[in-house]
Ligand binder design. Structure first.
Ligand code: SF4
Length: 335
């Protein structure tokens, strides 16, 4: 099957309808206390998060380290089990199904990891890495798997003769291309891109972003694109969600987030970008203070310890994410 045929495989997507409907998703981890004999510390990594991902869209998810964006991505493909809430994928709540039922859906969902240096098995050749999901999820013969691996290598821009090389023989950008080829091998419908360029040199970041943009267009994939900063997701996302301490604070079309950020935290993130469409840093509050420990979450609004517009209510009552303009939702008492 050619790459164009593979692209057509997903051409029946119902653009605009939700592929995912995530409701009140929560993930709690218990970590060991630093004090001897102390109680386990509770981390609410994802805290009552609700959003949809439409068929064929790229949803960007941004926030500082520890905000819950990576955990959210892993919950969506059930690499982690949720503590509560629902994850409706294609009409089925995958938060509630058995591991066996989940195995059948697994080939629809793939992940591209942040670190291309540790995410590839160092003892496997490039070809075996790309073909491994085909062994797990298809009945392809060895020859068919090899042909498919060559085809994917070509698609991600790597020469055929690299097929028998090992991961240590590639640069970071090339390894990430191998990771992308592997993710594409079983023709998924949905891919979590977990900070796929943050470990790469700036000079190769745009090449990998271009490749992700291309595969999205060729194959009409639905992507969750996780990034630390808003500058990366602006390039690639249709909509953007902003997370902070496990909560979703703002969700809007990409253009609206940059042109008219409504949440004080998003405004601070935009201000931190040197120049976004000429708006960077213009009169907006810069982010103050440190992010609180996720083991000691603030009461009320999770952002109140750093917010210059904080009111009394903010310390006691957590604002709900609500739609304030068409397609633009914000969790702030003042908006
Ligand atoms: Fe700031 Fe209050 Fe809005 Fe939270 S709810 S962002 S503390 S104004």
């Amino acid at each position: 099957m050619s790459m164009s045929d593979m692209g057509n495989a997903n051409s029946q997507v119902r653009s605009g309808e939700p592929l995912y409907e995530v409701r009140n998703l929560t993930k709690v981890f218990a970590t060991r206390s630093s004090a001897i004999g102390g109680k386990p510390l509770i981390v609410r990594a994802v805290n009552d998060v609700t959003f949809d991902i439409k068929h064929g869209e790229v949803l960007g998810l941004v926030g500082e380290s520890g905000c819950g964006k990576t955990t959210t991505g892993r919950l969506l493909i059930r690499l982690l089990d949720p503590t509560s809430g629902s994850i409706v994928y294609g009409g089925q709540d995958i938060a509630a199904i058995s591991p066996r039922q989940m195995r059948a859906l697994r080939k629809d969902m793939q992940i591209i990891f942040q670190d291309p240096f540790s995410s590839l098995n160092p003892r496997m050749t490039c070809m075996d890495i790309i073909a491994e999901p085909l062994i797990l999820h298809t009945k392809m013969s060895r020859v068919e798997r090899r042909e498919k691996a060559y085809e994917l290598l070509r698609y991600v821009g790597l020469p055929r003769e690299y097929a028998l090389r090992f991961p240590h023989e590639f640069s970071g950008g090339q390894r990430q291309r191998i990771g992308i080829a592997r993710a594409l091998s079983i023709d998924p419908k949905f891919i979590v891109c977990d900070e796929p360029v943050s470990a790469l040199d700036v000079s190769v970041q745009s090449q990998v972003l271009n490749l992700i943009q291309k595969l999205r267009q060729d194959r009409q994939l639905t992507l969750l694109f996780i990034a630390h900063g808003l500058n990366v997701v602006k390039y690639i996302s249709d909509r953007v969600g902003v997370m902070y301490l496990g909560s979703l604070l703002e969700l809007a079309d990409s253009d609206a987030i940059y042109a008219k950020p409504l949440h004080p935290y998003t405004q601070s993130l935009i201000s931190a970008i040197p120049d976004v469409d000429g708006m960077g840093g213009r009169g907006r509050a810069l982010l103050q203070g440190e992010i609180p420990s996720p083991t000691n979450m603030p009461s009320g609004c999770p952002f109140h310890t750093r917010c210059s517009r904080k009111q009394e209510l903010c310390e006691s009552e957590k604002p709900k994410l609500r739609e304030v303009e068409a397609g633009h939702s914000v969790a702030c008492h003042l908006v």
